[in-house]
Design a protein around this ligand. Structure first.
Ligand code: 13P
Length: 250
């Protein structure tokens, strides 16, 4: 049985005070969700310390949305994996399409970030997914395969075991246009097969999340698919009731 995960990526939303309120709302709502569902929330850096305090002992894990590619030093504006880990954060989202698109993140940078994440005993949530033009050109499988080969294939098996994959088709993010459950399943199965070609049966345990306009009203169908092990939720993670309702969709 694979782990079930519902993760919330808050992106650049909420003030620290609002973020703590949101976290408290999720803690309160969790009572009504099956214990088998693991929640992760990824607030902005500025909220991490307080959100870790609010969620401590509740079973909710906290994630950062990014980390620096270097360990420390003269990198103005960057936040290191060591800083993040020292707060009690457990996960880091890496390679989100917004970072690839707007901040020029490449596989080269992401390989360095992976090194930092594992050096600090954090776990990556590695995001992959094709753009609309790539899907329309029938290249979506190739794009996703390349994103896995160039980064995940460089991991040691013990690191791979700690890695969560999030398939987020770029055309579905924030657009209200979710992938159909069948499109998600088709890609998730392909991702698992690709991972198996490198890591063998370990890939049976890999948690592969779907992200892109996942909401309370479509989560059940998405989660019903064999290789969809949960969701990475953007917009709908900003309302405790919606996020909890997604957790109840298993
Ligand atoms: P939305 O759920 O807002 O489409 O965002 C998905 C996402 O990018 C999560 O990382």
């Amino acid at each position: 049985m694979r782990k079930k995960i519902v993760a919330g990526n808050w992106k650049m939303n909420t003030t620290p005070v609002e973020g703590v309120e949101l976290a408290k709302g999720i803690v309160a709502g969790m009572r009504n969700v099956d214990k088998a569902v693991n929640f992760i929330i990824a607030p902005p850096f500025t909220h991490l310390s307080e959100v870790v305090k609010v969620t401590r002992g509740t079973g909710i894990a906290v994630s950062a949305q990014n980390c620096a590619a270097e360990a420390k030093g003269a990198y103005t504006g960057e936040v290191s994996a060591a800083m993040i880990a020292s707060l009690g954060v457990e996960y880091v989202i890496l390679g989100h399409s917004e970072r690839r698109q707007y901040y020029g993140e490449t596989s080269e940078t992401l390989n360095k970030k992976m090194v930092q994440v594992f050096a600090n005993n954090l776990q990556p949530i590695y995001c992959i997914g094709e753009m609309l033009e790539e899907r329309e050109a029938g290249k979506h499988f190739d794009v996703v395969k390349q994103q896995l080969e160039e980064v995940v294939f460089n991991l040691e098996p013990a690191q791979f075991e700690k890695t969560v994959i999030a398939y987020e088709p770029v055309w579905a993010i924030g657009t209200g246009k979710t992938a159909t459950a069948d499109q998600a399943q088709e890609m998730h199965a392909f991702i698992r097969e690709t991972l198996k070609s490198k890591f063998g049966e370990l890939a049976e345990q890999t948690v592969i999340l779907y992200g892109g306009s996942a909401k309370p009203d479509n989560a059940k169908e998405l989660f019903s698919k064999a290789d969809v092990d949960g969701g990475l939720i953007g917009g709908a993670a900003l309302k405790a009731a919606d996020f909890i309702a997604i957790g109840q969709s298993y």
